[in-house]
Design a protein around this ligand. Structure first.
Ligand SMILES: [Ca+2]
Length: 187
């Protein structure tokens, strides 16, 4: 092997070893239950307003005043996806929160324990939020193959544009990401 080829191989192997990140449009969920709804400019929930700037000009929403647990347990979106490799993943979501009482979801992956997602203090703008936030909480250990992710109602007045799973703990999404797969349904 030529010396230059050896250098190329050394550079390429670490890149090939890292599993790629997964990006899903929220509106491509395989199933949604009201009051979680798909929103487009032409299809806006009564009493709500369309928020521009979402990828695909479409997102999921639990409208403000729609209700939330414990009075209303309903409202979820279910996603199905395949992971190309085992890994420890960081979950990111591009969200729009109405305010401090409208800034979280409950998330569950497969049969793992459900966890609280959000509760950060950035309101009324699209932005990325991650899990886990604290370093003491381990990333999500996920195996290669099919998975089910469920985003459930915890507070109304919330919007979800994209979901991203990254094995790279240093990666930070900034704007809209290019979808790499669907959530099992049609966007
Ligand atoms: Ca979207």
């Amino acid at each position: 092997m030529k010396h230059s080829c050896l250098i190329w191989l050394c550079l390429a192997v670490p890149l090939l070893a890292a599993p790629p990140r997964l990006v899903i449009e929220a509106e491509s969920a395989v199933e949604t239950e009201a009051p979680m709804v798909v929103v487009t400019a032409e299809q806006v929930p009564a009493g709500s307003a369309f928020v521009p700037g979402a990828s695909g000009d479409s997102y999921l929403e639990i409208p403000e005043k729609a209700g939330n647990p414990p009075k209303l347990e309903k409202g979820f979106a279910r996603f199905e996806f395949d992971l190309p490799a085992d890994g420890d993943y960081i979950l990111w979501a591009r969200v729009w929160w109405e305010g401090e009482c409208s800034n979280s979801f409950t998330v569950q992956i497969d049969d793992q324990p459900a966890f609280l997602f959000g509760e950060n203090a950035t309101y009324r703008t699209w932005h990325w939020v991650k899990y886990p936030v604290a370093r003491i909480t381990p990333p999500l250990r996920l195996e290669k193959g099919p998975h089910v992710l469920r985003v459930s109602n915890r507070e109304d007045g919330v919007r979800l544009d994209q979901i991203l799973l990254s094995p790279n703990k240093r990666f930070v999404p900034v704007g809209i990401e290019t979808p790499t797969t669907t959530g099992g349904g049609t966007p």
